[in-house]
Write a protein that binds this ligand. Structure first.
Ligand SMILES: [Zn+2]
Length: 174
Protein backbone atom coordinates (compact mmCIF):
# COMPACT_ATOMS: atom_id res chain seq x y z
CA UNK A 1 0.00 0.00 0.00
CA UNK A 2 1.20 3.51 -0.60
CA UNK A 3 1.75 5.05 2.84
CA UNK A 4 -1.63 6.66 3.79
CA UNK A 5 -0.61 10.38 3.42
CA UNK A 6 0.55 9.77 -0.16
CA UNK A 7 -3.08 9.19 -1.14
CA UNK A 8 -3.60 12.91 -0.47
CA UNK A 9 -1.44 13.76 -3.51
CA UNK A 10 -4.19 13.11 -6.04
CA UNK A 11 -6.70 14.86 -3.76
CA UNK A 12 -4.70 18.12 -3.87
CA UNK A 13 -4.91 18.08 -7.67
CA UNK A 14 -8.69 17.42 -7.56
CA UNK A 15 -9.15 20.20 -4.97
CA UNK A 16 -7.31 22.68 -7.20
CA UNK A 17 -9.75 21.95 -10.02
CA UNK A 18 -13.00 21.30 -8.11
CA UNK A 19 -12.64 23.93 -5.35
CA UNK A 20 -15.55 23.94 -2.91
CA UNK A 21 -17.21 21.06 -4.74
CA UNK A 22 -14.64 18.71 -3.17
CA UNK A 23 -13.79 18.37 0.52
CA UNK A 24 -10.11 17.70 1.14
CA UNK A 25 -10.87 17.01 4.81
CA UNK A 26 -13.52 14.36 4.14
CA UNK A 27 -11.11 12.78 1.64
CA UNK A 28 -8.47 12.68 4.40
CA UNK A 29 -10.89 11.10 6.88
CA UNK A 30 -11.73 8.44 4.27
CA UNK A 31 -8.01 7.66 3.78
CA UNK A 32 -7.42 7.19 7.51
CA UNK A 33 -10.56 5.05 7.84
CA UNK A 34 -9.44 2.88 4.90
CA UNK A 35 -6.11 2.07 6.53
CA UNK A 36 -7.32 1.26 10.04
CA UNK A 37 -7.71 -2.43 9.17
CA UNK A 38 -4.21 -2.78 7.59
CA UNK A 39 -2.71 -0.97 10.60
CA UNK A 40 -4.49 -3.38 12.95
CA UNK A 41 -3.16 -6.41 11.03
CA UNK A 42 0.31 -4.86 10.82
CA UNK A 43 0.45 -4.35 14.58
CA UNK A 44 -0.71 -7.94 15.21
CA UNK A 45 1.73 -9.31 12.65
CA UNK A 46 -1.15 -11.12 10.92
CA UNK A 47 -0.73 -13.02 7.67
CA UNK A 48 -3.60 -11.14 6.01
CA UNK A 49 -3.00 -7.48 5.64
CA UNK A 50 -5.48 -5.45 3.59
CA UNK A 51 -8.68 -7.48 3.92
CA UNK A 52 -12.30 -6.38 3.63
CA UNK A 53 -11.67 -2.62 3.87
CA UNK A 54 -9.77 -2.81 0.58
CA UNK A 55 -12.62 -4.29 -1.45
CA UNK A 56 -15.22 -2.31 -3.40
CA UNK A 57 -17.84 -3.47 -0.90
CA UNK A 58 -15.75 -2.43 2.09
CA UNK A 59 -14.86 0.88 0.43
CA UNK A 60 -18.58 1.58 -0.11
CA UNK A 61 -19.29 1.08 3.61
CA UNK A 62 -16.30 3.23 4.57
CA UNK A 63 -17.48 5.94 2.12
CA UNK A 64 -20.89 5.90 3.84
CA UNK A 65 -19.15 6.26 7.22
CA UNK A 66 -17.03 9.14 5.92
CA UNK A 67 -20.20 10.82 4.65
CA UNK A 68 -22.35 10.34 7.74
CA UNK A 69 -19.69 10.62 10.49
CA UNK A 70 -16.81 12.36 8.69
CA UNK A 71 -18.85 15.34 7.48
CA UNK A 72 -20.07 16.53 10.94
CA UNK A 73 -16.60 15.80 12.38
CA UNK A 74 -14.88 17.89 9.70
CA UNK A 75 -17.41 20.70 10.05
CA UNK A 76 -16.79 20.75 13.81
CA UNK A 77 -13.03 21.04 13.18
CA UNK A 78 -13.55 23.77 10.58
CA UNK A 79 -15.70 25.76 13.02
CA UNK A 80 -13.02 25.36 15.72
CA UNK A 81 -10.26 26.51 13.37
CA UNK A 82 -10.18 30.27 13.04
CA UNK A 83 -7.16 31.22 10.94
CA UNK A 84 -5.37 34.49 11.61
CA UNK A 85 -7.40 37.14 9.70
CA UNK A 86 -4.05 38.64 8.67
CA UNK A 87 -3.36 35.44 6.71
CA UNK A 88 -5.69 35.60 3.70
CA UNK A 89 -4.38 32.34 2.20
CA UNK A 90 -5.30 30.26 5.26
CA UNK A 91 -8.67 32.03 5.49
CA UNK A 92 -9.26 31.18 1.81
CA UNK A 93 -8.06 27.60 2.33
CA UNK A 94 -10.44 27.05 5.25
CA UNK A 95 -13.37 28.29 3.18
CA UNK A 96 -16.89 28.08 4.58
CA UNK A 97 -17.31 26.01 7.76
CA UNK A 98 -20.19 24.10 6.15
CA UNK A 99 -19.24 21.28 3.78
CA UNK A 100 -21.90 20.63 1.14
CA UNK A 101 -23.33 17.13 0.67
CA UNK A 102 -22.02 17.21 -2.91
CA UNK A 103 -18.45 17.96 -1.76
CA UNK A 104 -18.75 15.28 0.93
CA UNK A 105 -20.09 12.53 -1.32
CA UNK A 106 -17.58 13.32 -4.07
CA UNK A 107 -14.63 13.28 -1.66
CA UNK A 108 -15.75 10.15 0.21
CA UNK A 109 -16.41 8.12 -2.94
CA UNK A 110 -13.33 9.25 -4.87
CA UNK A 111 -11.31 8.81 -1.67
CA UNK A 112 -12.29 5.24 -0.93
CA UNK A 113 -12.50 3.84 -4.48
CA UNK A 114 -9.25 5.47 -5.61
CA UNK A 115 -7.64 4.08 -2.46
CA UNK A 116 -8.63 0.53 -3.41
CA UNK A 117 -7.46 1.09 -7.00
CA UNK A 118 -4.08 2.57 -6.00
CA UNK A 119 -3.39 -0.05 -3.34
CA UNK A 120 -4.38 -2.84 -5.71
CA UNK A 121 -1.70 -1.67 -8.17
CA UNK A 122 1.10 -2.44 -5.73
CA UNK A 123 -0.30 -4.92 -3.17
CA UNK A 124 -0.97 -8.49 -4.20
CA UNK A 125 -3.39 -9.10 -1.32
CA UNK A 126 -5.94 -6.48 -2.42
CA UNK A 127 -8.93 -8.21 -4.01
CA UNK A 128 -11.31 -5.42 -5.08
CA UNK A 129 -14.15 -7.78 -6.05
CA UNK A 130 -14.04 -10.02 -2.95
CA UNK A 131 -16.05 -11.87 -1.72
CA UNK A 132 -17.31 -12.50 -5.27
CA UNK A 133 -13.91 -12.98 -6.95
CA UNK A 134 -10.40 -13.35 -5.53
CA UNK A 135 -8.61 -11.61 -8.37
CA UNK A 136 -6.32 -8.62 -8.36
CA UNK A 137 -6.38 -7.46 -12.01
CA UNK A 138 -4.41 -4.24 -11.46
CA UNK A 139 -1.58 -5.76 -9.41
CA UNK A 140 1.86 -5.19 -10.88
CA UNK A 141 0.84 -2.64 -13.53
CA UNK A 142 3.17 -0.06 -11.95
CA UNK A 143 5.99 -0.29 -9.44
CA UNK A 144 5.73 1.10 -5.91
CA UNK A 145 8.41 3.69 -6.76
CA UNK A 146 6.53 4.89 -9.84
CA UNK A 147 3.30 5.16 -7.86
CA UNK A 148 4.98 7.20 -5.11
CA UNK A 149 6.47 9.51 -7.76
CA UNK A 150 3.08 9.93 -9.42
CA UNK A 151 1.35 10.76 -6.12
CA UNK A 152 4.10 13.17 -5.04
CA UNK A 153 3.97 14.79 -8.50
CA UNK A 154 0.19 15.24 -8.46
CA UNK A 155 0.44 16.52 -4.87
CA UNK A 156 2.97 19.20 -5.85
CA UNK A 157 0.96 20.14 -8.96
CA UNK A 158 -2.22 20.25 -6.85
CA UNK A 159 -0.70 22.56 -4.22
CA UNK A 160 0.67 24.81 -6.98
CA UNK A 161 -2.77 24.75 -8.60
CA UNK A 162 -4.46 25.75 -5.33
CA UNK A 163 -2.03 28.66 -4.89
CA UNK A 164 -2.73 29.80 -8.47
CA UNK A 165 -6.52 29.58 -7.93
CA UNK A 166 -6.13 31.56 -4.68
CA UNK A 167 -4.07 34.24 -6.43
CA UNK A 168 -6.54 34.53 -9.32
CA UNK A 169 -9.55 34.68 -6.99
CA UNK A 170 -8.00 37.21 -4.63
CA UNK A 171 -6.84 39.47 -7.45
CA UNK A 172 -10.35 39.33 -8.98
CA UNK A 173 -11.77 40.60 -5.67
CA UNK A 174 -9.49 43.66 -5.63
ZN1 LIG B 1 -4.63 1.21 2.03
Amino acid sequence: MPFTPFHMGAACAIKAVAGESFSLMVFGVAQVAMDIQPLYHLLRDDSIYHGFSHTLLGATLIALGAILIGRPLCQMLLRAWSPDPADPFLTWLRGKPAISWKATILAASIGTYSHVALDSLVSGDVYPFAPFASVSPLYGLVSMGALYLLLIGTGILGILGMVIVYMVESSAQK
